[in-house]
Write a protein that binds this ligand. Structure first.
Ligand SMILES: [Zn+2]
Length: 211
């Protein structure tokens, strides 16, 4: 059984499950990979607040994967590790200690191991991770169709390649190496929360009720 887990700074990483009677698919949604990109949590909480019922798919939410980074207002976690470079992928490398530092070894961080455990236990059929500020829909693995749909729902352009190398990234780990359709949704910056919610609500609804 997965339990909520504590970080280095003793903050809780929560996993919230919305089950469905039908359980066609399992969808994992992750907010706040990077501590200075807090909007994913706000959006997930707005979706959960409405207590959605009669879901087609089982929904798993990690509203805030990086609570330490959120508290410190840093991209990295409290160890100075970029959680989107810490996955045990074939291309993981020991990198420079800057804000893209991938850790002393792959999978070294509590937050990374938490996500790996959730994926191993629940075998999601698709994953959405929420970032900022590029306003694009990026994808890895067999996710082109889903990415196109999300691009259509949000009006954010589709982009398969983010334009720079991302060794140890979550998309490489889940999408390319585990073959799970994986969407990286990059929110725009400097947008009112209410307006952002209007744009993103249809994505959550699509994943929960239609996909
Ligand atoms: Zn990010």
């Amino acid at each position: 059984m997965n339990k909520d887990r504590l970080t280095l700074l003793n903050n809780k990483i929560e996993l919230i499950e919305l089950s469905s009677e039908v359980q066609k698919k399992t969808i994992l949604v992750i907010g706040v990979f990077h501590g200075d990109e807090p909007d994913g949590q706000m959006l997930i909480e707005k979706f959960l607040k409405n207590k959605p019922k009669n879901l087609k798919n089982r929904m798993l939410f990690i509203p805030c994967l990086n609570p330490d980074g959120k508290r410190l207002n840093t991209r990295t976690n409290a160890n100075g590790v970029d959680l989107n470079r810490n996955y045990p992928t074939l291309n993981w490398v020991l990198s420079e200690r800057n804000e893209y530092f991938g850790g002393d070894s792959s999978g070294s961080e509590i937050e990374t191991r938490f996500v790996i455990d959730v994926i191993n236990e629940h075998s999601p059929d698709a994953i959405l991770s929420i970032h900022a500020p590029y306003k694009v829909v990026n994808y890895d693995g067999p996710a082109k169709e889903l990415a196109l749909k999300i691009s259509e729902l949000t009006g954010y352009p589709l982009q398969q390649d983010i334009g720079y190398p991302t060794p140890g990234s979550f998309g490489t780990y889940c999408g390319i190496e585990k073959n799970i359709p994986t969407i990286t949704l990059e929110l725009p910056e400097n947008v009112e929360p209410e307006y952002l919610w209007v744009c993103i609500k249809p994505v959550f609804e699509y994943l929960a009720f239609s996909y």
